[in-house]
Design a protein around this ligand. Structure first.
Ligand code: HEM
Length: 416
């Protein structure tokens, strides 16, 4: 059986290897996830250079893993597939790689800043930053949407919220780009020498980002404000805790939001009837942003490590095992989402449960979820207001990664 595009609906289980980033270059292998959900929802995936990991692919089972943080720890082995040495885990541990109680203490310092009411107050700033980005990009007529628009908005918003002066924004944006990257050879930049192995992403740019974070904290020492940096810098964290959490905040909303906006535009261009529907009915912008987030699922998975022998959906998992939860698969689980392969900007959350693009809930649910939603909605509200015509000017180029569902370049032609 194949779907409308000729892609097989399922594949033999032995053909599936989620550790292979090449499998994600052409497109997301949705048929792999469909096969896993149907035939092996908790499946052991060997790794060429590691101990292998369990892949959890059903919506409800993913929720189960994230609910039981005491069994599925974020702290024991970190949250990425990479196997790090204990000293690396210790040195790089930001809130995302911590279990309670320390996780809750650090998150508690700043969580009110990201609550819906607080984020709503940023709407005017987000809109102004977005308008400035579009004002620069749209007159070009033909350009790379990623470079000019979708990568600019999240970092400009972040710099705005942190109060980074205009002249330093380019620098912090470039640092963010240098820190991330990962498996794609175009951006490969990790350094396995001793000087860098204790830094987030083994990247020397992380050291520069630490220094930048310290400089802003120092400025607040003399000029304490009611803002995120002041709360983080003077909330009783060690220097290392401040550094790694600053880097987390500076990077977590960067590629993720970028890829959502890029995939969102691509989805609208590939589904012109949905683009037209959105132009005709702007009240759909909020649900369109939700559908773009589900459709894109920019983070494919996160990892946990079992603290004891356990059982999930009838499968036994030993203590000390790597367990990955695949949000991409949960977001296309046909037992939860009706017709998940259809891009529908008016989609109602099914059975009152939404997508799991920000995680399925639980302790580590994305702190920036409301901010990201706001950015995506405002980006399309402003983009559609200012353009009468939008079209692809070349094929999209995808990122080689089994962690980010990324698009590196999206050439577009616009008529303002
Ligand atoms: C479309 C954009 C975004 C996506 C897809 C995304 C996705 C995620 C996911 C999947 C997690 C882990 C959830 C879990 O383990 O249950 C996470 C955690 C996190 N995200 Fe986001 N994120 C986005 C934007 C942002 C933004 C704008 C920020 C703001 C600074 C942010 C800050 C964080 C932080 C601090 C955590 C760690 C929370 C914790 O461990 O308690 N994210 N995000």
């Amino acid at each position: 059986m194949t779907d409308k595009t000729g892609v097989p609906e399922t594949v033999p289980l032995e053909d599936i290897d989620l550790s292979d980033p090449d499998a994600f270059v052409e497109r997301v292998p949705y048929e792999w996830f469909r096969t896993l959900r149907q035939e092996a929802p908790v499946c052991f995936n060997p790794e060429p250079d590691g101990p292998g990991f369990w892949a959890v692919t059903r919506y409800e089972d993913i929720r189960e893993v994230h609910r039981h943080w005491d069994i599925y720890s974020s702290e024991v082995g970190g949250t990425s597939l990479e196997d790090l040495e204990p000293d690396q885990i210790e040195a790089r541990k930001s809130m995302i790689d911590l279990d309670p109680p320390r996780h809750d203490e650090i998150r508690g310092l700043i969580k009110s800043r990201f609550a819906p009411r607080a984020v709503k107050e940023w709407e005017n700033q987000v809109r102004r930053v977005t308008q400035e980005v579009l004002d620069l990009a749209l007159p070009r007529g033909e350009f790379d949407f990623v470079e000019q628009i979708s990568s600019e908005i999240p970092m400009q918003v972040f710099a705005e919220i942190l109060g980074v002066p205009q002249e330093e924004r380019r620098y912090i944006i470039e640092l963010g780009d240098r820190i991330l990257g990962g498996q794609d050879p175009e951006y490969a930049h990790t350094f396995e020498d001793d000087a860098h192995r204790l830094l987030p992403f083994s990247s020397p740019a992380a050291q520069e980002m630490f220094e930048f974070g310290r400089k802003i904290a120092e400025e607040r020492r003399h000029d304490q404000r009611n803002d995120i940096i002041t709360q983080l810098a003077f909330g009783g964290l060690t220097q290392r805790e401040y550094d790694v959490n600053f880097v987390l905040l500076a990077t977590a909303g960067n590629e993720t939001t970028r890829h959502t906006i890029t995939h969102g535009l691509l989805a609208l261009l590939e589904h012109p009837e949905q683009l037209e529907r959105l132009r005709q009915d702007p009240s759909l912008h909020s649900s369109a942003a939700e559908e773009m987030l589900r459709w894109a699922t920019p983070v494919h998975h996160f990892r946990r490590t079992t603290t004891c022998d356990t059982e999930l959906a009838g499968t036994e998992i030993p203590a000390g095992a790597k367990v990955t939860t695949w949000f991409t698969s949960g977001n296309y689980d046909e037992t939860v989402f009706e017709d998940p392969g259809t891009f529908d900007i008016g989609r109602e959350p099914s059975r009152h449960v939404g997508h799991m693009t920000f995680g399925p809930g639980g302790k580590h649910f994305c702190l920036g979820a409301h901010l990201a939603r706001l950015e995506v909605r405002v980006a399309f509200e402003e983009l559609l207001k200012r353009t009468v015509d939008l079209e692809l000017a070349g094929p999209p180029e995808r990122l080689r990664s089994n962690f980010f569902n990324g698009i590196k370049r999206l050439p577009v032609r616009v008529k303002a």
